[in-house]
Design a protein around this ligand. Structure first.
Ligand code: SAM
Ligand code: SF4
Ligand code: SF4
Length: 321
């Protein structure tokens, strides 16, 4: 018991150190926007796909700033990047996750087994019919094939994006599917993020408590949507990523670019006055509820709440309930 207590305290201290030092905790590698799906939630498939030169990825991985970074391989569809095998080779021994729609099942299975990919997240937005309606193609059999083959061989989870195109029944289907397969389920919410070309107004969410799927991320969403919750944006101090044209972004919601990796090194861009200024200026931005950013902010507040009085936490969250 003492051991787990100390382990927990140590992990808090480690997280606090990363945040205070402004190290890059998590880095998204999006080397191409290429994608075979035509999702309703995301219009990346309409964009110029682009292809990041592998030398830029090598530079990122060699930079001291990313020595202890967790990488997320995304896109578009990462497995459609011409040099995906080379990247997987380069990542040997590093902490990373591959995020995929799951339709390239054989490629995914082969790559996971060959390169020992440590973690995979597969998207599934409803029952097979709804998932097809959202993605444009019936990829449920490919998703199930990948999960059956990879279960127990890597850390596997499913990502469900709540949107106006799916409903509670779809979520219950995915919940039961994950339970049957014995894998984790993450719940994400549709955001009108610029980089995805998603422009639809965000909608109020139904109650997830009654189906036992509530998390802080889903619980506080409606309050945030009604402008009754203001959360500091800390994620932009520790998270970033690269687009196919070499742009290093501030966050996935806005069009703000910190610099271009074809022109400057990661260290130069990340430690620049411009980056530090933006990170400070946008501390109270609160313009999005993107899982990849606000989940981190909520986790930090949650950890703080075991040390600070409730009143202070309420003030930090600027909650009006
Ligand atoms: C952009 S995709 C990239 C990886 C891969 N192509 C996939 O679909 O899993 C990553 C995740 O974002 C989700 N997503 C798509 N459109 C979104 C939106 N407008 N807001 C929030 N998440 C979205 C997808 O469902 C997917 O789970
Ligand atoms: S969500 Fe993923 S699969 Fe769908 S269009 Fe966007 S990148 Fe492609
Ligand atoms: S709160 Fe603002 S700065 Fe932070 S991730 Fe969202 S849009 Fe970007």
């Amino acid at each position: 018991m003492l051991n787990s207590f100390l382990k927990e305290k140590f992990s808090y201290l480690k997280e606090a150190r990363i945040l205070l030092k402004g190290n890059i905790r998590d880095f998204w590698i999006c080397p191409t926007f290429k994608c075979n799906m035509k999702c309703k939630t995301c219009k990346l498939w309409k964009k110029e796909p682009g292809s990041l030169d592998i030398s830029i990825i090598k530079k990122i991985l060699k930079d001291k700033l990313t020595k202890n970074t967790n990488f997320v391989l995304e896109g578009g569809e990462f497995l459609l990047y011409s040099d995906y095998k080379e990247v997987l080779k380069l990542l040997k021994g590093r902490k990373y996750t591959l995020f995929t729609a799951g339709y390239l099942d054989n490629r995914l299975i082969d790559a996971t087994l060959k390169y020992k990919i440590p973690e995979i997240i597969i998207s599934l937005d409803g029952n097979p019919k709804t998932n097809k309606k959202i993605k444009g193609i019936d990829i449920f059999p490919a998703i199930e094939h990948s999960i059956n083959e990879l279960k127990g061989k890597t850390k596997l989870s499913v990502n469900y994006t709540m949107s106006k195109w799916n409903n509670k029944e779809d979520l219950l289907f995915v919940k039961r599917f994950c339970e049957k397969k014995g894998i984790l389920l993450n719940i994400n919410i549709y955001n009108n993020a610029k980089y995805l070309g998603a422009t639809l107004k965000m909608q109020k969410l139904y109650n997830l408590k009654e189906i036992d799927l509530e998390s802080n991320y889903t619980k506080f969403y409606n309050l945030w949507l009604e402008h009754k919750l203001k959360l500091p944006c800390l994620s932009i101090r520790v998270r970033t990523g690269v687009y196919p044209n070499g742009d290093l972004y501030l966050c996935k919601k806005k069009d703000i670019i910190l610099g271009n990796l074809y022109e400057k090194s990661l260290k130069e861009i990340w430690n620049s006055k411009k980056t530090k200024r933006l990170q400070k200026e946008l501390l109270w931005c609160n313009d999005c509820w993107m899982y990849c950013h606000r989940k981190y902010d909520l986790d930090v507040i949650n950890k703080l709440s075991s040390y600070l009085p409730k009143g202070i936490i309420k003030k930090i969250m600027k909650k009006e309930v």
